[in-house]
Ligand binder design. Structure first.
Ligand code: HEM
Length: 210
């Protein structure tokens, strides 16, 4: 029963981020359409996955955050399915803007697409091994494998940066209105990766797990 509350909490937090990101993009002057929905979904998915991985590192510096570690799995899986929703909308409702596969197979979009595939493959593996049977079978390798999640984040940020760079350049030239959401997410992601690297070096000698 307690498990259900963890899921409800993860859905609720994800919905809050989704609503916030949707309204932020609307307030930036965009029209409410599939593209905004897709943008809100993609940014929510990556944020929730980053949060699920980062709770351990953040609680190293802020011990009061440790009480949220129990939500990690539910957050991670919820974030993963929101990203699947992003892929679904992109491929089925934004065909005009991003025809598949022709618009993915050359230059920058090809690198972005390869990074997206690498990221989603790692997230699929992490979702598959996020159950108690896998924890038993994999033993100490399970925790190590979960750290690979950070590589999924690096690939996801690369995918996002290559896709959004043109919008960022336009914004940086005019500096008009709020910055694109994806710039904020990139900053957030970079800080969380740096935090994880710090925690790695600080706990290496003591062997403490986060
Ligand atoms: C193979 C699967 C994927 C495809 C085909 C895909 C496709 C796209 C496309 C076409 C865009 C540009 C959207 C726009 O400018 O309106 C985009 C943006 C984005 N994608 Fe993906 N993506 C995939 C996987 C992923 C994954 C795995 C993640 C994260 C873990 C992700 C996160 C993002 C983010 C955060 C954005 C920026 C959205 C925005 O701010 O508008 N994508 N993706």
């Amino acid at each position: 029963m307690a498990n259900i509350f963890l899921w409800i909490w993860a859905f609720f937090i994800s919905f809050l981020f989704f609503a916030l990101f949707f309204l932020y993009t609307l307030a930036s002057g965009a029209n409410a359409d599939w593209q905004i929905l897709n943008s809100a979904a993609a940014n929510t998915g990556i944020t929730i996955v980053i949060l699920s991985l980062a709770i351990g590192s953040i609680s190293y510096f802020f011990p009061s955050v440790a009480k949220y570690i129990k939500y990690r799995k539910e957050l991670g899986i919820t974030g993963f399915f929101i990203i699947i929703f992003h892929i679904f909308i992109t491929l089925f409702y934004l065909q005009d803007r991003f025809p598949f596969p022709s618009s993915y197979l050359h230059g920058r979009p090809l690198i972005s697409f390869s990074a997206a595939l690498a990221s989603v493959s790692i997230l699929i593996i992490m979702t598959i091994i996020s159950n108690s049977l896998a924890i038993k079978v994999l033993g100490k390798w399970w925790r190590r494998l979960l750290r690979v999640g950070y590589i999924a984040i690096v690939f996801a940020l690369l995918h996002m940066t290559l896709r959004e760079k043109a919008d960022w350049d336009t914004y940086l030239q005019n500096l008009h209105g709020p910055p694109p959401l994806s710039i904020i997410i990139l900053w957030f992601g970079i800080w969380i990766i740096l935090l994880r690297i710090c925690v790695y070096f600080m706990t290496r000698r003591t062997g403490t797990h986060t």
